[in-house]
Design a protein around this ligand. Structure first.
Ligand code: ATP
Length: 202
């Protein structure tokens, strides 16, 4: 089974790109969704988080207060590193398990914001980066999210830089233009990936 990774910074357009791939029949595995199991109520990781940061990081229904945690870790790099050391290996393992699910499509995508940061790129055959200038990324993320510009800047700062991400890309999707142009870029890349998969089969 061929799997390619789809990544990009916050608000870069990963979900938008994934939507266009899905329209072409490409199965999408969302690493964020898969990773939720790691901190579900009753998990050891959730207990560690509550112990380290405080019980107020758990909502009344027993789930993690993601928003609160996000605000906390992006204003404290030591806390962020602690959390990443705890969660990244666990996330990688559950994603690895999920990738064992058979799939009949020619290829599928693993959509993961932290594909490169967590080493999950080792689980895929190629890395697709959704790219756009940082100013535009900030502008789109600000328009979408209910978080402050300061928090968004901290998140962008904590994520891999645009240049570092691009340096590790095997394929790049330019999302600096309209959604229609992104859709065209996805169609073009889809053709390229199908040809690549076909070539490797023969
Ligand atoms: P995150 O990692 O934060 O979940 P993402 O990379 O999945 O973000 P999207 O949610 O796809 O990014 O896009 C971010 C925002 O930008 C959304 O509101 C989306 O509708 C918008 N957007 C995406 N692509 C374009 C585009 N080409 N033109 C205008 N707006 C866009």
């Amino acid at each position: 089974m061929h799997t390619f990774g789809l990544t990009g910074g916050i608000g870069s357009g990963k979900s938008a790109a994934a939507h266009y791939f899905a329209e072409l029949g490409v199965p999408i595995l969302d690493a964020d969704e898969i990773a939720r199991v790691v901190v579900e109520p009753g998990s050891a990781a959730l207990a560690s988080i509550a112990q380290t940061f405080g019980a107020e990081f758990i909502l009344a229904n027993g789930t993690l207060d993601r928003r609160r945690l996000r605000e906390r870790i992006f204003s404290d790099s030591v806390a962020r590193e602690w959390l990443e050391t705890l969660l990244h290996p666990l996330i990688r393992e559950v994603v690895k398990e999920a990738l064992k699910t058979p799939c009949t499509a020619p290829y599928r995508l693993l959509m993961a914001p932290l594909l490169l940061e967590t080493g999950m790129d080792q689980l895929v055959e190629g890395v697709i980066v959704v790219d756009l200038p940082e100013a535009l990324q900030l502008q789109r993320a600000l328009a979408r999210d209910q978080c402050s510009e300061a928090t968004l800047r901290q998140i962008m700062q904590a994520q891999m830089s645009r240049a570092a991400r691009l340096a590790r890309a095997n394929f790049c999707l330019d999302n600096s233009q309209s959604p229609t142009e992104l859709q065209d870029a996805v169609k073009h890349l889809h053709t390229q990936l199908l040809a690549l998969v076909e070539k490797n089969r023969t």
